[in-house]
Design a protein around this ligand. Sequence first.
Ligand code: FES
Ligand SMILES: [Fe+2]
Length: 390
Amino acid sequence: MGCDRADYGKLTCMRREMELALGERLLSKIQEGPTPAAKPFKPIDAKIYVDEANHREEVALIASNPVAALAASELAEAGDFVTLELAGTPLIVTRDQDGQVRAMHNVCAHRGSTVEPRNSGSARIFSCGFHGWSYNLDGSLRAVSAASLYSSEPCTSGLRQLPCEQRHGIIWVTPNQASTISVTDWLGPELDEMFSELGLAEMTHYATEEFNLNCNWKLLTDGFLEIYHLKYLHRNSIAPFFPAHLTLSDRYGRHFANWVPKNRLVTALTERPRDQWPVLDHVTGAFVLVPGTVVQWQAGHVELFSLRPHPTDPTRSTARLTMLVPTTRLTETDLWDRNWLRVCQTIPEEDFAAAVGVAHNINCGAVNQLRIGANEHQIVEHLAALQTQP
Ligand code: FES
Ligand SMILES: [Fe+2]
């Protein structure tokens, strides 16, 4: 991390200023207590979670924006690769000989076979098992096998490249080849700086799990946009660590942030002088990046959620959950194993399970509308943000 937390008194870095300002805002929020937003909200038409035309537009929207494909540290060395599907397209994401990250179609330029069948690994070249064409790590065509027998002019373009960028310790891929938006522009300057100050780029991949879920992808996002459910759905897991119904909600352009204080925050701050406040040790911050990515800051580690709609079916989605830990503390495996267990017990078994239950009831026609309280206003604003994307 950017600052040495054992030495607060001498710190002047921007992260400390950001942390102390956050502490002040959280203390006033706690004093003020939970406050509902002023305006009432119309119920959400449940069709938004099943409509196929709307789904096509959302899939296209996600494909035109950066998608958190994996943690940059999953590709530590040149030749490390992961294969995955984004927006229905099979991809190889790798690091080439020059250290540059690459995302390219995992589809052979010859007759369309899958080039790399493994989920992940390390390669010197990529070689298609069908007729033996091979590709360099940057996707360029390396060799056509038995070239003298192959009578046509071979394709020289290699594997089709997609926009791909490493920023904040994450590899972002934009599935729509024609899209030109950079991650910095997409995040906006404030959030880009916030992620720099939180030291995301100095974190390392610890664990990943992927979940195929029978629910619309937005029902997964909705769970990060309100804390109303925390006291009830999470009563047997994380609820005892947080005061009920308290959150500090921010917007960063199209994106959302929710800072949730832990019970111990007030004591931790009031028993120390301001310049020693350990604010980030006692909060959770959920950043919902529109569309489809959630970065959840926890004291100690970060959870990255890539929420991916099924390419054609609005009632199915995939959630890829990755835990990142500070690189300097990677060896504290007992702690990270405990945290990973808690994350897996809380989010998939409680949040995702609740979303799948709601989806079932919507899909069978038993739900026509979802009622939205003032404390759930970000869900409505998120739907609006999806409609007004560039
Ligand atoms: S399809 Fe790959 S070499 Fe023929
Ligand atoms: Fe939750």
